[in-house]
Structure formats: C-alpha cells, structure tokens
Design a protein around this ligand. Structure first.
Ligand SMILES: Nc1ncnc2c1ncn2[C@@H]1O[C@H](COP(=O)(O)OP(=O)(O)O)[C@@H](O)[C@H]1O
Ligand SMILES: [Mg+2]
Length: 250
C-alpha cells in the first residue's frame, strides 16, 4: 500500500535519510526502529508531506505522493501522530479529535460558518464520532476535559484518536507509547493490532523493543538514515548489525 524507494533527505551535510526502501502492506503493523537520530521521524515527515525528500520516490497504491503538500497527502488517507504531542491545549479532547475528522466531512466551511442546519447536524455527528473514537482509546470519561488537563499518556491517546478519526488507510505513529505506563502501552498495542486487522497499514516508530517484537509483523531498522536490517521480529533481533547499532558493539 505504502512504498518507499531509495528515499533520501539531506539537511545541509547531514544525510538524515539515506536511500531508504521498504513497503508497508494493508493490514500490516510495520515497525520502524533504530537508535536516536537514525532518521525515523524525518522519514515520517517525508511520508506525511511535512517536508520533501531530496531523492527517491514515495508511493501510495502505486501513485507517487512525494512532493504533494501535507493536506493533499492527508486527504489521500495517510494520518499520523507526532513524537512531540501537538494538541490544542485549550480545546477539549473531543474537539481535538473533531479537528482530525474535517477531511472526511462534507459541509464546506462557509456552511459551517453560517451555522446552517445541515452543517450543525454534521457538527453534532462529528462530536459523537469523536466521543466514540475517544472511547476506543480508553478515554470515554475524558472527552470534555481540556487537553491541557490530561495526563501525558492521555494526551498521547488523544493524538492517536485524532489520527484514527480521519479513518486513515495508512497510520503513521511516532513513538505513541513514550512516557506511558506499561498497562497503557499494552492497551495501545492492542488497539494498533485491531486497527491493522481492520485493514489499515500501520507504520510504527517505537523505542520499546519488547513491545515492537511482540506487536509487529515486520520490522525495518534504520541507522544513520540507512536501512541496516529488515524482516520478522525474530530475524531482525538476531542480526549482528542491529545488536551493534543498539548496544554499540558491546
Ligand atoms: N530540520 C532539521 N534540520 C537539520 N537537521 C535535522 C532536522 N531534522 C532532523 N535533523 C537531523 O537528522 C537526523 C535524524 O533525526 P530524526 O529523524 O529526528 O531521528 P530519530 O527520529 O530517528 O531519532 C539527526 O541527525 C537530526 O539532528
Ligand atoms: Mg524521532
């Protein structure tokens, strides 16, 4: 579904991503791991159109998407979360999730601004859908709490709900369990599995190696912007280059 061919991104002299190629299939949870600074977030930024590759091709269902602006890529069904949480602090959890649904909704902005009945109906519908999505990430009772009052783990889950609210075909998660308790992280892992089972292609950056090993169908390992290993969790875990990248060859 999502295909990267020789994708590169240079920042001045730094080759943050250096000829990376891999594919993420429909229904797959694909892990993207590697040490700090390996280029994982940069790669997600390239896929989601936040920045443009300096080389290579990114395709969705065989059609090139690299070079498109972020909103066009989002409209094609690619949603993401951010390593550094990006919520509207003063808005409720539910309203933050409603923001993620706008791409799917029909009422154009002018109708919403005029508060025409059809638009108001859609607003109510959007809020209801947001509450359902929040329930899915375990925040049923927190939907009307302002984001700023939520715990770190709860804010991360709102981010995931916002991405899911766009009903994506491809879901990009940048360290979704960072700072979470073990039970919270396990709940996110179960949710990710469920989303994949529904047919979404999931690309997951995750620093919790145990979680990655248990959850992912396949894993791509980046180091200094390059793919140094790929395969099933057990294949990747055996690779000497992976052990060296993580443990510094100790
Ligand atoms: N906007 C930027 N300008 C310059 N260098 C950047 C920029 N973004 C990332 N980098 C560099 O690219 C490399 C990869 O960073 P990043 O993608 O954040 O790694 P990871 O997510 O794997 O920890 C790092 O060396 C980082 O300093
Ligand atoms: Mg990162």
């Amino acid at each position: 579904m999502l295909s990267l061919g020789q994708v590169s991104k240079a920042f001045g002299g730094v080759r943050a991503v250096d000829g990376a190629s891999f594919e993420v299939e429909k229904g797959e949870v694909h892990g993207l791991i590697g040490p700090n600074g390996a280029g994982k977030t940069t790669l997600l930024n390239l896929i989601s159109g936040l920045s443009q590759p300096t080389g290579g091709a990114i395709s969705l269902d065989g059609a090139r998407i690299d070079g498109l602006p972020a909103h066009r890529i989002a409209a094609k069904g690619i949603a993401r979360t951010y390593q550094n949480i990006r919520l509207f602090a003063g808005l409720s959890a539910a309203d933050n999730v409603v923001v993620g649904q706008y791409l799917q909704r029909r009422a154009p902005l002018w109708r919403r601004l005029l508060l025409l009945p059809s638009a108001r109906r859609e607003e109510r519908e959007a809020l209801r859908a947001a509450e359902e999505t929040l329930a899915r990430v375990g925040l049923r009772g927190r939907a009307h709490e302002r984001a700023v009052n939520l715990s770190y783990g709860e804010q991360r889950r709102v981010e995931i709900a916002r991405a899911l609210a766009a009903q994506p075909r491809v879901l990009l998660l940048d360290e979704p369990t960072a700072g979470m308790s073990a039970p919270e992280a396990d709940a996110v892992a179960r949710l990710v599995r469920e989303v994949a089972r529904e047919g979404c292609a999931v690309l997951l950056i995750e620093h919790n190696v145990k979680l990655v090993m248990a959850l992912c169908d396949r894993i791509t390992v980046l180091n200094f912007g390059q793919v140094i290993a790929r395969g099933s969790p057990s294949e990747v875990a055996k690779e000497p280059v992976v052990i060296e990248a993580y443990l510094g060859g100790a």
